[in-house]
Design a protein around this ligand. Structure first.
Ligand code: C2E
Ligand code: CA
Ligand code: CA
Length: 743
């Protein structure tokens, strides 16, 4: 081993290394002058000189670098490969392309000049980066090692990394930001499309985040967002798939997933998880989440198109009551337009007297005696007929019409109730927006005074949404209302943000157990039954009443009675009635209703009139879908179809369902599906998988077109022409196949 002290490190020592190699650069300088310059350069800390022998062992290193690299022993005598690791993909000078350590090894083995090779030293926890250049030394034609220059570029490198991280990440949560997500999604979709694989994305929007931010402050809002990010990452299991788009919006990429059953389950799990209470700076807060789901290539082939679809689905999810997920479907485009039109109509509806209140009896389950009613708002739209409050209340809340509307409901209900022949209670729904209005107690007082209704007969139904923040505002509001002598009911209990905690502190007179909860309770294996038992016990202990909502069948009714639920409200007793009909049924006073309804809850079938298609052999037949359940459907339009006939039902948007005819009568066929449908998150049903438009057109099919008769499927020029197997029913019950008729 030859350790040579290089000339430039030792002033006065005129070794031959510099003299020969620096010939060009140092031309005109005396060796001492050159050495002094080198020393000045070294002491300024701008860079370091190094040399090694033919074996790659370090023979010289400028003092500053020697100190930095020498933390675990003097670097002199160690090999370059031992000291430095190659950094992949960081080279500026082409020499860095290729594998990892091999590259430094490679340039050293090549024994020629190399420039600005980026290498790393130290352990991976605290790495330093260096830019390394070297020139081969030959002595008498024999390779004698390298000498060259190196610079510590750790700071620049860290800075560059940080700024590129900043540009692509959200500084609050550390998740990818919108820009990064768009890039990743586009790349992912393109890669998967090449393999004809799907890619799903979910847009997540927090419900009522704004209220937390406004009431608890921005620092609390930030802390909440961080916790949300953590929960999302935990559930998705991969931080790189989760991004924060900004504000309270998040997005998830789910490559290679198209099963809507699976996606629905994930969306539900996410909503449930995000709706669990958060502990922020010592106070508890509750938010919810809504999710829109879209899947490439079905709902959009390009990233921006897919995101637009997911956005529309999210909007629909929020519109249909929050705390829900929704898949994109093409009719959402139309629904968004309809909603806009409804919003416009809603502005004048109150002034034009288009609203009406219906009253649904609330009945003591043990005696069948009507003890009160719930006032339910009805909108009689001049063109569309009656529109459900679940559709227009969220719109009214969003465009600030709910206060005026809610006040009208309150005054009308009080006035109506004051005219009834019996001192029944009247329950009125109060939106959280109304509840938050500081004038609300005054409005209630005024409605009572104007109607002369006994405050004890008025019950305000409040949902858990008002419990967002703990503390002053809600407590004061409750106090003011209780001061008026009215009753308070906790509505929709069991639908998401349920917590028995606030029951103890808020002065409720009643808990209303939500119908979705009641419905679930009769299903085998449901935990709802145990939870209802607990709610009833708690309510009794706290001296509160209980009402079970949406009881339709005797199995539900019997269960509620067995669980000691006090009151029942539902179709088993009565539908909501217009005031005139209600007053008539009530008569002078005691109204006893005998329960009546189906023995048990059936597999819910949704009645409809929707044009769809069925495929049988070579033919595509337009038919009408009359009802749909998870496991089957009733179709109309074909005549004399034998039992067991295999069909493929086309529900539109690439949703094909393999089915068999199980019942057949005249123009109606009952189909049983080979694979069950799944929830679309909005009370509707959809297929797990879809056939992509590419596949359909490749098979010569454009489904969903539905002309007036059987259509032969294009099987190419050489296929033989066959006759359709079934005749179309042209008219029945006067309905006919009027394709223009609204579904
Ligand atoms: P809600 O407060 O849960 O009211 C009960 C809903 O269940 C009513 O729907 C009622 O018609 C329905 N229902 C009652 N029994 C049964 C049953 O046995 N089976 C089934 N399937 N449904 C039953 P509706 O009238 O469509 O109202 C929907 C929601 O709209 C209400 O849910 C309430 O949240 C809201 N809403 C209604 N009127 C008002 C109002 O005046 N103000 C506000 N803010 N919201 C209102
Ligand atoms: Ca209610
Ligand atoms: Ca309810």
């Amino acid at each position: 081993m030859v350790i040579r002290r290089m000339a430039w490190g030792r002033p006065g020592n005129t070794g031959d290394g510099l003299a020969r190699n620096a010939d060009g650069a140092a031309a005109g300088l005396l060796p001492e002058q050159a050495a002094a310059l080198c020393q000045a350069y070294e002491s300024l800390g701008l860079g370091a000189f190094w040399s090694c022998d033919a074996d790659g062992r370090l023979t010289y290193l400028s003092p500053a670098a020697r100190a930095v690299l020498g933390t675990d022993g003097d670097p002199l005598g160690r090999t370059l490969l031992d000291l430095f690791q190659h950094e992949e993909g960081t080279g500026e000078g082409g020499t860095n392309a290729g594998g990892t350590e091999r590259s430094l090894r490679f340039v050293l083995a090549r024994r020629t000049r190399f420039e600005r090779l980026t290498v790393r030293s130290g352990d991976t926890a605290q790495p330093r980066w260096w830019s390394l250049s070297g020139e081969a030394i030959h002595r008498k034609g024999v390779f004698a090692g390298f000498h060259g220059h190196c610079a510590d570029i750790s700071d620049q490198r860290r800075h560059a990394e940080e700024s590129s991280h900043l540009a692509l990440h959200d500084s609050l949560t550390g998740l990818a930001n919108r820009r990064h997500m768009n890039l990743m999604l586009a790349r992912k979709i393109a890669a998967l499309a090449a393999a004809k694989r799907p890619c799903a994305t979910m847009l997540i929007d927090l419900d009522r985040f704004k209220q937390v931010n406004d009431t608890l402050g921005h620092a609390a809002g930030d802390a909440l967002l961080k916790q949300v990010a953590d929960r999302l990452v935990r559930l998705v299991g991969d931080a790189s798939r989760v991004c924060r788009l900004g504000g309270d919006e998040f997005q998830i990429i789910l490559p290679d997933v198209e099963d809507r059953g699976r996606l629905g389950e994930l969306a539900e799990a996410l909503i449930e998880d995000l709706s669990q209470p958060y502990l922020i700076e010592g106070s508890r807060c509750l938010i919810g989440a809504s999710i829109g789901v879209a899947i490439a290539p079905f709902d959009g082939a390009a990233a921006d198109e897919l995101v637009r679809s997911a956005d529309l689905a999210l909007y629909a999810a929020k519109g249909s009551g929050r705390g829900r997920f929704r898949f994109f479907s093409s009719d959402l485009l139309k629904a968004a337009e309809d909603r806009k039109a409804l919003e416009e109509d809603l502005h004048d509806a109150l002034a034009q007297g288009q609203f009406d209140l219906h009253y649904q009896p609330i009945v003591k389950a043990q005696t069948n005696q009507v003890i009160g009613v719930e006032a339910l708002l009805r909108w009689n739209h001049p063109e569309h007929g009656q529109i459900s409050p679940s559709r227009f209340i969220p719109i009214a809340e969003e465009c600030n019409l709910i206060r005026a509307l809610g006040e009208w409901v309150l005054r009308t209900a009080c006035a109506d109730a004051a005219t009834w022949g019996a001192p029944l209670r009247v329950a009125v729904n109060v939106s959280p927006v109304q509840f938050a209005d500081e004038n609300f107690p005054m409005i209630v007082a005024s409605a009572l005074a104007q109607s002369g209704l006994d405050p004890q007969r008025l019950e305000l139904e409040i949902t858990e949404g008002v419990f967002l923040e703990e503390g002053g505002l809600t407590d004061a509001r409750f106090k003011a209302l209780k001061g008026l002598g009215v009753r308070l009911a906790l509505d929709d209990f069991g639908t998401g943000y349920s917590s028995l905690g606030y029951l103890k502190s808020a002065p409720f007179d009643k808990i209303k157990i939500d119908q979705s909860f009641v419905r679930g309770a009769t299903q085998p294996g449901s935990r709802n039954r145990a939870i209802i038992t607990a709610i009833v016990a708690l309510a009794q202990a706290l001296d509160m009443e209980t009402t079970a909502e949406g009881v339709e069948s005797f199995d539900q009714f019997d269960l509620m009675k067995a669980l000691s639920v006090g009151h029942v409200q539902g179709f088993i007793y009565s539908h909501p009635l217009a005031n005139a009909a209600f007053t008539q049924a009530l008569g002078g006073g005691d109204w006893i209703i005998e329960p009546s309804g189906p023995a048990r809850q059936r597999h819910q079938r949704q009645a409809m009139f929707r044009r769809v298609g069925v495929v049988h052999e070579d033919y595509y037949y337009p038919v009408v879908l009359r009802n749909l359940s998870m496991s089957g459907a009733l179709i109309e339009g074909l005549l004399e179809v034998p039992l067991e006939t295999p069909f493929v039902l086309d529900l539109g948007d690439g949703q094909l369902v393999v089915a068999k005819v199980r019942r057949s009568q005249g123009h109606q066929q009952g189909l049983e599906f080979e694979q069950e449908l799944v929830s679309d998150g909005n009370g509707g049903l959809c297929t797990r998988y879809r056939v992509s438009p590419y596949q359909l057109s490749a098979a010569g099919l454009t489904l969903g077109a539905g002309p007036g008769g059987p259509m032969q499927i294009n099987r190419g020029p050489n296929a033989k022409v066959t006759m359709p197997a079934f005749a179309m029913a042209t008219d029945w019950n006067g309905a006919g196949l009027a394709w223009n008729e609204a579904a």
